[in-house]
Design a protein around this ligand. Structure first.
Ligand SMILES: O=P(O)(O)OC[C@H]1O[C@](O)(CO)[C@@H](O)[C@@H]1O
Ligand SMILES: [Mn+2]
Length: 448
């Protein structure tokens, strides 16, 4: 084994009862599956009406059965079965499944024995398999209602955030003070970071919309920001601008959750464009319904449509501006199956070289949320003081940062003793989304 490999720890797994993987597998995933069954039962008339009447009703019964079967498989630790549907990614999934089985001397992958990341991603692909095997319900998004409710219930926070953004844009027009721009950059970056607390899979689907305007909370939340590389992120953008003699470039945002978090990401994107730091934004959405609240293209366009129909000056003005960006190409929605595979990002270059080279053209890549963080660092049992760039294990398409509230028990880049100190303040600091990191990699890897 090479020197580098000897420093690579094993993945998080539910076989370790002290890991958050265990209560996720044992309690939270069965709850998420039960909520899908409840939702489909509660709405079976409406769903059948919208999807082929009697035939839809019959297929709904089959989907409900499939969810109950999946819940039984998880709870009784059954082996992971190959996917049965004919979506193009099923072949990659089944090849990856075979690779994993071969890596484990022919032993099947099991929910409580195998890598948490692999099994949790597999769970959401199995949920979607049930709709793909249907006819009238093919492609049905079992999480749609929850994502739309999360958006609608965050109206107050969206209202105050968009009004603040409009004021900031006017302010930017008037003052060319670099101080102002840096200050606003910090605010909108951190609003997007804390927007990540609103994810439905952590709450096992319970609505956790944003109640208050996050800007007021930034000062209060600052002590919970364990690693803050905001300044380095800003320098990456200003250096790229200088390198191009003031011509703004491209930022890729790998989105996470729909609802309020998406609105905070759109506000950050608007600021990046309006401040002259960036000319183009590529938004990466999920190709299929994922981890309950992750953004699909349908969620993205629905959100803009909802905003433009709201009787609220700032919300409708901004959404109109954003629709124009999409029409004229300064904003682009990108979809790749890679983001909904079980693979961590160190495998992208080999598995999806085109995506890797697309990302390489960015001045900066912004990754949002906990699952993206886990895939960046491989969901491995790193020591908390491991160097962030080292933990990427060769994934350096372009300078990148990750805005993540902690919802799983892996973190890197901390100071010696810092994790122990936080533990004394909050024993659940790694799993509730109450603590966060903004980490950056500009390609310089130290060897720890
Ligand atoms: O939406 P986010 O921030 O990626 O959070 C998803 C996270 O929620 C969880 O399901 C909660 O444990 C994690 O497994 C997953 O990484
Ligand atoms: Mn998510």
């Amino acid at each position: 084994m090479s020197e580098a490999n000897s420093c690579i720890p094993p993945p998080l797994s539910a076989k370790n009862k002290n890991s958050f993987a265990y209560p996720t597998m044992k309690d939270r995933i069965p709850v998420i599956l039960s909520k899908i069954v409840d939702y489909m039962n509660r709405n079976r008339e409406k769903i059948a009406e919208d999807h082929g009447g009697e035939a839809g009703r019959e297929e709904l019964k089959i989907m409900i059965g499939a969810m109950s079967q999946l819940r039984y498989e998880v709870m009784t630790n059954k082996p992971a079965a190959p996917l049965q549907d004919s979506r193009a990614d099923a072949k990659i999934w089944n090849a990856e499944l075979n690779k994993e089985v071969a890596k484990h001397n022919g032993n099947s992958l099991k929910w409580f024995d195998s890598a948490w990341l692999w099994m949790e991603c597999y769970l959401y692909r199995r949920i979607y398999e049930a709709s793909l095997l249907s006819n009238k319900l093919k492609g049905f998004d079992v999480f749609l209602e929850q994502k739309q409710a999360a958006f609608l219930n965050s109206y107050k926070a969206i209202s105050s955030l968009t009004m603040y953004l409009l004021n900031a844009l006017e302010d930017l027009d008037i003052t060319t003070l670099e101080l102002n721009r840096t200050q606003y950059f910090t605010e909108f970056l951190q609003v997007s970071l804390w927007g990540n607390k609103c994810d439905l899979s952590i709450s096992a689907g319970n609505d956790n919309h944003q109640e208050h305007c996050p800007l007021e909370q930034l000062t209060k939340l600052k002590p919970n920001l364990l690693i803050d590389n905001t300044d380095v992120v800003y320098q990456v953008l200003t250096k790229a601008l200088e390198k191009r003699n003031g011509q703004p470039g491209l930022v890729d945002i790998i989105l996470d959750n729909a609802g309020f978090e998406l609105v905070t990401d759109l506000c950050l994107a608007e600021f990046l464009i309006a401040s002259g730091l960036v000319a183009k934004i590529h938004f990466h959405v999920k190709a299929i319904p994922w981890f309950v609240s992750d953004v699909t293209e349908q969620d993205f366009t629905w959100t803009l449509k909802q905003m433009s129909a709201m009787n609220h000056l700032a919300i409708s003005k901004l959404s109109q501006k954003w629709k124009n960006y999409l029409q004229h190409g300064s904003w682009v929605i990108s979809v790749s199956d890679f983001w909904t595979l079980p693979n961590d990002y160190s495998q992208m270059k080999e598995l999806y070289p085109d995506l890797y080279s697309d990302l390489s053209t960015a001045d900066l890549i912004i990754f949002k949320g906990d699952l993206n963080y886990r895939k960046l660092v491989g969901d491995l049992q790193w020591s908390s003081t491991t160097d962030f760039s080292f933990s990427l294990r060769g994934f350096h398409p372009a300078p990148l940062c990750v805005l993540r509230t902690l919802k799983s028990d892996v973190v890197v880049g901390m100071q010696p003793g810092q994790a122990e100190e936080v533990e004394t303040k909050d024993k659940n600091w790694m799993t509730t989304g109450a603590w966060a990191v903004i980490s950056v990699d500009n390609g310089v890897v130290s060897d720890s």
